[in-house]
Design a protein around this ligand. Sequence first.
Ligand code: TPP
Ligand code: MG
Length: 320
Amino acid sequence: MRLKDLPEEELFLQGSAACQGCPGSMALRVAFKALGRNTLLVVIASCISVLQSPFPVSALDLPVLNMAFASGGAVASGISAAVRRLKKRGVFTEEPTVLVWAGDGGTYDIGIQALSGAAERNTNFIYVCYNNEAYSNTGTQRSGATPYAAWTTNTVSGKQEWRKDVAQIMVAHNVPYVATASLAYPMDFYQKMQKAKSIPGTKYIEILAPCPPAWKFPSEATVQVSRLAVQSGLWLLYECENGHTHYTSGTARLIEGRSSAKPVEEYLRMQGRFRHLFSPEKDEKRVGEIQERISGIVESLKFTAKMREHIMDLEIMPRP
Ligand SMILES: Cc1ncc(C[n+]2csc(CCOP(=O)(O)OP(=O)(O)O)c2C)c(N)n1
Ligand SMILES: [Mg+2]
């Protein structure tokens, strides 16, 4: 299946209040194509609330519940229970998909408790975190997803901590499906959304969402920045089904040695939020730390993949 084969029906309408190059709207457009009209959407306070709520110019052509920051997992649990009951009563011919759409602030920081509870109960819903690595809607404050050394309004000389990894926290919840995605690989994202729709239980998908005003790059470069994040090895594309992880698209190519990782500097230099790492002179220490961390992860994944191949060649374990 190719991009041109995607369903033509648009559930994300034209003329929204989004900024130019908004990654959230691009992601929603693809996600809606994968899930279709029979979807109940819960939007958590974020930039997407701004696209969704101002009547009569809502950009989302789906039933939407606009909810408070902390409540994504809890609201989904209620809706999912109602759907189950209505299904028992025979109200639906086809069961609707329950979709929560939240930012990184609403996921990494404020909504993690409700999300964790819903995941532990294996509530039947899809949770998408579009991760623009800051509280963008309120003017770019740091979140738990903000990367090391990035500028935000409250990390003016660069964040001092490394970001946490909520996708891996969700893997640790033993939910049936966790995946990461990128706007530069829309078919990969589309297929992951479709797969999530077909699996009962909790599904968590996180898409990196480079935000032009918060990350300070030209609005036409959203996809380019997304692609560089993957090509440098900084953003890993994978899916984890019932505890088994496999890497996809650009990340699979890196790990299998079919492409070599681009220097992360190329990615960092495109964004004004990292300008202090290169001006007035290059901050070798911090740029080096970031590169070292990424290279370490990519090399260990390559090593693991080689070992796996080797073990399978020895026929100690069956090929998947
Ligand atoms: C309890 C609460 N605190 C603060 C806010 C104000 N607020 C609305 S959106 C937002 C930022 C959300 O950040 P994130 O979840 O990363 O989404 P983004 O804005 O980046 O799309 C904040 C702080 C709120 N709506 N509710
Ligand atoms: Mg955000």
